[in-house]
Design a protein around this ligand. Structure first.
Ligand code: AFD
Ligand code: MN
Ligand code: MN
Length: 398
């Protein structure tokens, strides 16, 4: 189906409004608990992470900001901000969401805000409040909060006491926020905790966020759900309650696999975007959401897979924007099951690559970002500059 001028206008508007934030940690050599496969061109410091993210933005045109992980990107805390902000600007991108790290230090063995030791809870809160200082200095709107807190065995901890401690700690964080700042409370059913995780599902994140105040919203990481969960239903509910803060996008076959968005189940990503586009059509206002990528690959080249991720997000969001919402609403009202479903299928099976190429050209971008990046020679240069550092096992991930 080639798009008529009206649909092309819808497509261009959708693409112009789609910004996808990249994770700084996605460009460094990371690994799994089973080992790390070093990529010679992997970023070895914050400046190189921003340079690589800048490449993704330069070729896709839709990744203007980079989420940062405080301990890995700002070892000196606020003192690092001016230099990092300058580096980011030189790479054509900005500092995005601030990610505290209250899951790696030894003191967090039994949790952070949910730790039974009040001194550890205070240490975690202090670190998060330091991150709010960084948020103030960087001008970032979002504080992205993920907690590994939980237990591995029945009886290890009081689930209710830990819930109360999280309520107290998150309320203290909320009280420190100013201006347009938000805190996005991420949930995850398991890993690294395997008996219970303190913020395990969207309901717990919703209740904790509600108890904090209007700056707290739910962060949906697409990899953080059990296999059969209907994620787009969660998204629709959170939109309806004005409690959806944003996403960490990735794909998964089994659990929190951090695979490339859309590589396993593109129709699910389309259905998530459809709920957002349908809500926008119905309310006349696009929800204010942070679209962020949360992937860290060991095998694919990191910059190439981020370009793949950004292009896939554009394609699937574009398909969702092309759903004829008026026709869908009319069929839903009459329970025309097949016709209603056909509204989604028609859009999902539309080849949007031609109009995406048109948009790229109209925005001064190469029609094929991945091919253009490969022709640039950037990877060979990065490998020459970073190879020795990476082979030495230097990694800025931790
Ligand atoms: C891990 C966690 C979670 C968090 C991310 C960045 O599962 O998704 O958002 O690390 O800290 O993927
Ligand atoms: Mn995440
Ligand atoms: Mn995760």
């Amino acid at each position: 189906m080639t798009l008529n001028s009206e649909r092309t206008g819808v497509a261009f508007q959708a693409l112009d409004g789609l910004a996808i934030e990249l994770p700084s940690w996605g460009f460094a050599n990371t690994g799994t608990r089973f080992g790390k496969f070093i990529q010679p061109a992997g970023a070895t410091n914050t400046a190189e992470k921003f340079a690589d993210a800048g490449q993704v933005h330069a070729y896709t045109g839709c990744c203007p900001t980079v989420a940062v992980h405080v301990l890995w990107d700002f070892p000196r805390g606020v003192a690092d901000i001016p230099e990092v902000a300058q580096t980011a600007a030189a790479c054509g991108v900005g500092i995005g969401a601030i990610n505290p790290n209250v899951f790696q230090d030894q003191c967090y063995k039994h949790g952070s805000l949910g730790n039974p030791d009040p001194a550890v809870r205070q240490a975690a809160l202090s670190h998060i409040l330091d991150c709010v200082e960084i948020q103030n200095a960087s001008g970032s709107r979002d504080l992205s909060l993920w907690f590994a807190d939980g237990t591995n065995f029945p009886g290890s901890g009081s689930i209710r006491a830990r819930k109360q401690w999280f309520t107290e700690g998150l309320r203290a964080v909320h009280a420190a926020l100013t201006g347009n700042q938000r805190m996005l409370v991420e949930y995850k059913p398991f890993e690294p905790a395997f008996y219970h995780t303190d913020i395990a599902d969207w309901g717990m994140s919703f209740l904790l966020s509600k108890s904090c105040g209007p700056r707290a919203k739910v962060l949906v990481d697409t990899g953080h759900h059990y296999q059969a969960v209907n994620i787009e239903q969660i998204v629709a509910w959170l939109l309806s309650e004005d409690m959806l803060g944003g996403f960490h996008f990735n794909d998964r076959r089994y659990a929190d696999d951090d695979l490339t968005l859309g590589s396993i189940d593109p129709y699910q990503v389309f259905r998530i975007f459809h709920e957002i586009c349908y809500f926008t059509w119905e309310t006349g206002k696009a929800p204010d959401l942070a679209y962020m990528v949360d992937q860290s690959h060991n095998l694919k080249n990191k910059i190439e897979e981020m370009i793949q991720t950004a292009c896939t997000a554009q394609e699937l969001f574009l398909k969702a924007a092309l759903v004829d919402h008026a026709k869908l609403a009319a069929h839903q009202a009459k329970a025309d099951l097949v016709d209603a479903e056909e509204c989604l299928r028609e859009a999902f099976f539309t080849d949007v690559r031609p109009v995406l190429r048109e948009w790229r050209k109209a925005r001064g971008l190469a029609a094929e970002p991945l091919a253009a990046f490969r022709e640039s020679g950037y990877l060979a240069k990065a490998e020459a500059e970073r190879g020795a550092k990476n082979r030495g096992g230097v990694s800025s991930y931790a």
